[in-house]
Write a protein that binds this ligand. Structure first.
Ligand code: ADP
Ligand code: MG
Length: 597
């Protein structure tokens, strides 16, 4: 005979199952407890760890504390002080609200909580061991709350087996504390592992100082501030020049109203904001906080709350991209020689102390400027020797841009392998990739023309014919009208022939190579899509096949003209696809390379 089989799970089992969602590893415990401390208004939060958090996690805060009655309920599931009704979810401002964390954690570890509100003379403590609630005991305690979590997953061995080595678990815990420290200015954080300090951030430190502490001075000093405002939506933070980009998003931190999150929409917006300054497979480094009306976002999508849902996603996306572009456009993106040296040292155990043989040496122009600070840049070393009214600063660390405006872009130049141009600067030298620079100049020119709606076209007296495959002709035929907007006028001449009637005046390569680049871009994208993006891809493909300025020996005048056009455009330091157009070596770099420092 069939019997009834359904039963309600006991509370401990329910909490352990809930713990499966919220508490995956030590880092998730740290995250929940740090969030509780922040919700309690703490100004200082200390995290102590043993064995990567698997043996002990103790979090101590100086927040509002709890009274004895609260200790009655704190470990109950769905017990919270932060939410009363479902409608509260629409404008939730605290980090927690599900009332699940303490109950879940206490069901899979040995916990002890001590707490004292600032207006009480004594505190109370309570132990909970694998969900078994102990008595509430009065005790002496400092103001605030301290929660100890020992032997995580001791009673759920299957989960314990999934933990990684302590060093791995520690790294994840540290990441959680660092993110919290970056999201919560005004709050001090320390983390200790086996008594050793792994995070140390003072309450008064601003974002840049915190980043310097956590990631070092090189990155912190290179960061550029961004700020954007759209109604009540505000985006602020610091973004890094493209040379800091990484293969993963581990140094891309987004905070939403102070809550750290990983959201696909935001990651995509970031990529789009750096478009044209980064290779496709690299991720920007940035630390950004988005302030949104809590009603404009749903944070109750996932138990760990690291994913959210935005109500006006498209508008937000556009706003973020615009704000980032403004910042990206202003930064110094030239790869400094110093980091280049380090990469070279890592790769081959030796810095590029020897330069390749110069190809063509171009003699110095006869009308060299009389100001010695510029005509003999590299030897300008003795202060005062440069004559009156020279540089505003004699320091070798002076930013290159301080004199960029006075730069007359004159030689001497050295052209290496008909590809690279070497040029002296007052405090070092730079190497310019002539293809990359030319690509950028053509792109910016054509883009500006496009925006104005007028690309100047050079018509052909006799149309130039290009032989292609049938499929290629068909593909082009389907897009003749849109392609014409880029200044390339085509018509189908035969089943395997395309006739070129006109090409953009700015295009310096052969018209045929432009057609082939358009074709490659079309094949890769499948459609033209947004014109400016299409243009980027066309020029990229042109540069890859070396259609423009390929191996051209340039005269000094031509080099000067190239540099001059580069200066006319806003961002001449990377090609549209993010390769740098120039690399700079300062005196400091040289001193390092020659072990003088
Ligand atoms: P939630 O944070 O979602 O409310 P938790 O289980 O994390 O749920 O915490 C339950 C309750 O315990 C909180 O609502 C809060 O009132 C109290 N609490 C937890 N940690 C602290 C703390 N560090 N300081 C003060 N109160 C705390
Ligand atoms: Mg909580």
């Amino acid at each position: 005979m069939t019997e009834a089989v359904i039963g309600v799970l006991p509370e401990l089992v329910r909490n352990q199952i809930a713990a499966g969602e919220v508490v995956e590893r030590p880092a998730s415990v740290v995250k929940e407890l740090v969030e509780n401390a922040l919700d309690a208004g703490a100004k200082r939060i200390q995290v102590e760890l043993e064995e990567g958090g698997t043996a002990l996690i103790r979090i101590t805060d100086d927040g509002c504390g709890m009274v004895a009655e609260d200790l009655e309920l704190a470990f109950e599931a769905h017990a919270t002080s932060k939410l009363r009704e479902v409608s509260d979810l629409d404008h939730i401002a605290s980090l927690g609200f599900r009332g699940e964390a303490l109950a879940s954690i206490a069901s899979v570890a040995r916990c002890r909580l001590v707490s004292r509100p600032h207006d009480r003379d004594t505190g109370f403590s309570r132990e909970v061991d694998g969900g078994q609630l102990g008595p509430i005991v009065e005790c002496g305690a400092p103001v605030g709350t301290s929660i100890e979590v020992r032997d995580l997953f001791y009673n759920t061995p299957a989960r314990r087996r999934f933990l990684k080595r302590p060093s791995t678990e520690l790294a994840r815990c540290t990441d959680v504390v660092q993110r919290a420290a970056l999201a919560n200015l005004g709050v001090g954080f320390t983390a200790l592992h086996g008594g050793r300090r792994v995070v140390d951030v003072e309450p008064q430190m601003d974002l840049r100082e915190r980043l310097r502490r956590i990631f070092g001075a090189e990155l912190a000093d290179a960061l550029v501030p961004v700020h954007g405002l759209d109604g009540t939506t505000e985006l602020t933070g610091l973004i890094a020049p493209p040379r800091f980009a990484r293969r993963d998003t581990s140094r891309q931190m987004w905070f939403l109203n102070g809550r750290s999150l990983r959201d696909k929409v935001l990651i995509r917006a970031m990529k789009e904001g750096y478009r044209g300054f980064l290779d496709d497979h690299r991720q920007p480094v940035a630390f950004l906080n988005l302030s949104l009306d809590p009603g404009a976002v749903d944070v109750n999508v996932h138990p760990t709350k690291s994913e959210v849902r935005f109500r006006e996603e498209r508008r937000l996306f556009g706003f973020i991209v615009r704000t980032l572009r403004d910042g990206v456009g202003t930064m110094d993106v030239a790869t400094p020689g110093e980091s280049l040296l380090r990469t070279a040292e890592r790769r081959c155990g030796w810095g590029p102390a020897t330069l390749p043989d110069p190809g063509v040496l171009i003699p110095r122009s006869p009308q060299a400027p009389s100001d010695p600070s510029f005509s003999t840049p590299v030897v300008r070393e003795v202060p005062g020797s440069s004559g009156a009214g020279a540089m505003p600063s004699e320091s070798t660390d002076a930013p290159v841009d301080a004199w960029a405006a006075r730069d007359e872009l004159r030689g001497p130049y050295v052209q290496v392998d008909r590809t690279y141009i070497l040029r002296g600067l007052p405090d070092g030298f730079e190497i310019i990739d002539q293809h990359a620079l030319h690509e950028r100049i053509t792109f910016e020119g054509l883009k500006a023309d496009l925006v104005r709606g007028a690309i100047e076209v050079q018509g052909m007296l006799v149309p130039e014919l290009v032989e292609l495959s049938r499929a290629e002709v068909q593909l082009l035929a389907g897009h003749v009208d849109t392609i014409a907007k880029l200044g390339l006028e085509l018509s189908v001449f035969g089943e395997t022939t395309i006739a070129i009637q006109g090409a953009p005046v700015r295009w310096k390569g052969s018209p045929e190579s432009l057609v082939r680049s358009v074709l490659t871009a079309l094949q890769e994208r499948g459609e033209v899509g947004e014109l400016v993006e299409f243009l980027e891809d066309v020029l990229h493909s042109a540069a890859c096949r070396g259609s423009v300025m390929a191996g051209d020996a340039l005269t000094e005048g031509e080099i000067q003209a190239l540099l001059e056009s580069g200066r006319q455009i806003a961002s001449d330091q990377t090609c549209p696809h993010g390769r740098p157009t120039r690399v700079r070596f300062t005196l400091a770099d040289l001193e390092k390379a020659f072990h003088r420092r």
